[in-house]
Design a protein around this ligand. Sequence first.
Ligand code: NDP
Length: 398
Amino acid sequence: TKYVVFDKTGTLTKGVFDVTGIYPGRDFTEDELLEYAAYAESYSSHPISKSLREACGELDARRATDAQEIAGHGVRTMVDGHVVLAGNARMMDDSKITYTKNTGTGTVVYVARDGQFLGSVLIADEVKEHSKQAIAALKAQGVNPCLAVILVGENPASQVYVRGKVKDCGECGIKSLELRMPETTTQEELLAKIAELAADKTVNGILVQLPLPKQINEHAVIDAIPPEKDVDGFSPVNVGRMQTGQPCFLPCTPAGCIRMIESTGTKIDGKNAVVIGRSNIVGKPAALLLLAKNATVTVCHSHTANLKEICANADILVAAVGRAGFVTGDMVKPGAVVIDVGINRGADGKLHGDVNFEEASAVAGYITPVPGGVGPMTRAMLMKNTTQAAAMQNGVAI
Ligand code: NDP
């Protein structure tokens, strides 16, 4: 199977690239791919599409219409650092294959309909790249950013999240301290550890992985993290500052959602935005950030009446429910931007989002995948906050 391949900037690096096995069971002719390219261009001003257009030259209207059909569901993914594009009416199956193959190496880019795409991992990469550069500049000035991550107990999901954060730190040049405390840790012991890190000038960010064992009061713990080291953005001072529109550390997941929505070129201003979920860490702050961007925001929760109808009217739909496949295709407005925050471990052992991807992606304009969407973006935002914390605490501008 051969595909036209472009690098991240949209430059044609190889006319045709053999990716046999990446999309098994589907063969594209070169013409099909080029037609798809023309179609993508007509939909998007993304530099990748521009290059595709240049590469394939002008196509007549009829061929462009054919391309539209071929590319009814476009596929773009990363292979060895290249963006691979292909038109495929059976995208859903293929995209799943792609994720399974590539998620581990963080190469999945996007998912979308109609040749438009939301490059979640690519965006996360950009944010991380920016942090990397800022960190290099900080180091040149003698500042060595450091993030302390505290994990209490053995929660398997938390262990995975902490590993991911530590790995990201390594990639960005941030020193990380992974502090593991036993399940039986008392609140006093945890508060003492936080006080120690708060006083340590070499530690710029403190993150306590939630949830905590039941003998520990989460609020007391979050309150104990000094606002200037609260890179999760959960402390009351940062929450209050966010609510009143003052500079602060924004919570990573909701801030990442906004970033992803904006990356599509969608103007949030004046749009109907619906957030399903009202937790302090996702739903409420996501709603506040959308409001700050002048969306008309509706927050749904377990007591909401007519939830389906409300969602079906959303130009922007953020799902943070914690229930696999909660958002079905009939709850999505055609062309809507759908951000799936949910991470739910299914009986099959796999991760599932809150959105029924197969149904919703047939209707949505943009949709984020799980895994590979909000998750990596959240981690990238944590790197950004930690970098900012280090700069601020050392009085260095970045
Ligand atoms: P919570 O359990 O704290 O909140 C869930 C929200 O969904 C609540 O507000 C609840 O309403 C609402 N809800 C539950 N059932 C329904 C229903 N049947 N109808 C309408 N609303 C409902 O979860 P979180 O906000 O912490 O997390 C949500 C999801 O996002 C989880 O899957 C979590 O794993 C994931 N997550 C992903 C992150 C990432 O980086 N990608 C980061 C953080 C979370 P009510 O308030 O009335 O109970």
